[in-house]
Write a protein that binds this ligand. Structure first.
Ligand code: HEC
Ligand code: HEC
Length: 121
């Protein structure tokens, strides 16, 4: 009996709190606040790579030259297409990229240093 009474008192108290709180509750706001949704932004331009053989001049000494051609060649555990073309010949990688005749592991992720050069405007 005592338990039931306590429970009822508790429920009354709680409902009192709730009805009192509701009046002061502000209208729900969006996380954007008052800022309206902007018109959708235009699609980024498709990158245009320069014609072959025109790498822009380096602006600082020892700057990794930018890639003057498309740069989405696969670099993964099985193959590195950049190495296929750049292990020798006219466009051989810098000497420090090699370790005992093989490409040094530290230089395997070419795009960590070399960025593609694209005309995007
Ligand atoms: C199909 C062959 C081929 C592949 C694959 C290739 N390249 Fe090249 N790369 C060239 C040639 C050829 C040039 C010389 C410029 C030209 O003719 O476009 C060049 C130029 C460059 C240069 C400029 C060198 C300089 O001295 O200015 C960099 C840097 C470069 N490539 C990095 C890369 C990277 C990084 C990858 C992989 C994402 C890659 N290349 C994949 C053929 C290739
Ligand atoms: C840790 C940064 C780094 C990584 C990773 C790297 N390079 Fe380089 N690379 C450089 C720098 C710096 C130079 C300029 C060296 C110089 O001028 O002495 C360079 C130069 C070159 C050159 C021009 C060489 C010349 O004599 O003009 C080519 C081509 C090249 N890298 C290709 C690659 C390829 C392909 C890979 C991936 C297998 C690669 N690099 C990974 C930093 C890097």
């Amino acid at each position: 009996m005592k338990k039931t009474l306590t429970l009822m008192a508790l429920m009354l108290a709680l409902s009192g709190c709730q009805s009192g709180g509701e009046a002061e509750q502000p209208a729900p706001l969006s996380m954007r606040g008052e800022v309206p949704v902007a018109a959708s932004s235009p699609v980024a331009p498709v990158p245009v790579y320069p014609a072959k053989g025109t790498s822009v001049e380096r602006s600082v000494l020892a700057q990794p030259p930018v890639i003057p051609h498309k740069a989405d060649y696969p670099i993964n555990l099985d193959k590195n297409s950049c190495i296929n073309c750049h292990r020798g010949g006219k466009h051989k990688m810098a000497a420090n990229h090699f370790e005992a005749g093989k490409v040094d592991g530290q230089y395997y992720q070419c795009r960590a240093c070399h960025v593609p050069q694209a005309q995007n405007f």
